[in-house]
Design a protein around this ligand. Sequence first.
Ligand code: AMP
Ligand code: GLY
Length: 424
Amino acid sequence: MTKLKICVIGAGGREHALAVALSRTADVVVCPGNPGMAAMGVKCVQGSPQAVEADLYVIGPEAPLVAGLADRLRHDGRLVFGPGADGARLEGSKAWMKQVLADAGVPTPGYGAFDALGPAVEFLRSLPGPWVVKTDGLAAGKGVLVTHDRDEAEADVAAKLSGHAFGEAGRTVVVEEGLIGSELSVMALCDGTSAVALAPARDHKRAFDGGTGPNTGGMGAYSPVSGVGDELVARVMADAVLPTLQSLSARGVDYRGVLYAGVMLTEHGAKVLEFNVRFGDPETQAVMARWDGDVAAALAAAAAGRLDEAAPPVFRPDASVCVVMAAPGYPTDPQLGGAIERIDVSKLRGVQVHCAGVGAAPGSDAPSGLVTAGGRVLGVTATGPSIGEARQAVYRALPSLHWPGAWWRSDIGESEAREERKSL
Ligand code: AMP
Ligand code: GLY
C-alpha cells in the first residue's frame, strides 16, 4: 500500500511532535517547520501550503484556522484535518465560545462579555472573586488574568479595553467567575458528528515553579493524570465535547479536527474553561509519546468524516512528561538569538526533543548552526513506567541542552509523582 503524503502546517514543537508521530506510517512534510526540526531530519518546505501536494493537510496553530486556511484548502478539493473559520471561531472569540457553551448546556464558569468599561467593572464587582479577565480575541495563551486582587482585575479590564495591552484582541473582554481546582486537557478527534478522546494530559500554564508568574502558552505537560480514568474522560466527552459538536452542527458547522477542552475539576464537577480548536502545545508532545498506533489513519478518517473507519486511538500504559525550555525573559520579553549548543539527545533512551522557537544562524558561532527564535525554544519529553521515572529521565536530559539563559520549570509533574508515591 502506498503511504499517505501528509502536510503538517505550522512551525512549533506541536508540529514537530505531530510530524514524528505521523511519520510512523506516512510521508510527512512540515510547512514551514523550523530549522531545528529540519536539522533533526524532518522535511520542511517553505511557501504556501496550497502549493504542497499532499493527501492530507493537518493544520497545527489556531491563527491560520481562524483565518480560514482549512476552508481555502477544502475549496481546492483537499482533505483537511482542522475546522473551517466557522468552527475555529470557538477559539477566535471567547465571547462566542461562551455563548455556544451556554446554548449547549455545557458546565462553564459564569461570565459576561463587554466592550465598555463601566458595565464590565460593575459586573466584576458583583462576583465574589477570584476574578478572571480574558481578551475576546487570540493572544497566544497570554490574554488571561486570574487574580484575587479586585483592583488588579479592574485595571486589567481597562488596559485590555483601551487596546493598549492586546490591541484589537482586547477590545472586547470576557469577565469570568474564577474557579478553584485542578486542570485537565482533553483533546478529542472530531469528524463533524462523532468524536473520540485522546489520552488526558495536564498542562502547566504559569511561567514559574509552584504555578506562579504570568500565564504562558504552556511550560510543560504530562500524561496520564492521576484520578482521571476512562470514566471521567467519558463524562467530559458526554457533558462537554459532544454537546458542543452537536451545537456546532445545528449551526451548520461541520467540525473536523481537534476539539480541545480545557477543564477545571472542581468540587462541583468538571467545568470547561475554554475550547481550543487544535492540538494543545505542549500536551501534544506528551500525548503523542504514548499513542500506540496509526496516527495518520486516525486523522485522515476524522478529516474524511469517517472516524468509524479508523481503529480507536490506543495509548501505552507508560507515562510521559514534557518540559519546555525557554529563552531568557519569556513570556514578557524573550531575548532571542542565543546560540544553541546542542539539540541532540539520541544517546538518551526514551527522551525526545521537539523544536519550537529555533532558527538558523548561518555564519554565527553556534556549534549547531541554530539559535533561539521564540520564547518557548525546545520541548523535551521522556517516557517511563511512571510519571516519577519519566520526570527523572527528562530532568537528567535538560542540562545537556544549552543556550545562554536557558531555563525551565523544575516542578513539571512533581505533585503527580508525589501522588504516585503515596499510592504505592
Ligand atoms: P484560557 O485561555 O481560557 O484557558 O485560560 C488560560 C488559563 O487561565 C487556564 O488554563 C487557567 O489556568 C486559567 N483560567 C482561565 N479561566 C479560569 C477561571 N474561570 N478560573 C480559574 N482559572 C482560569
Ligand atoms: N497548552 C495550552 C494550549 O495549547 O492552549
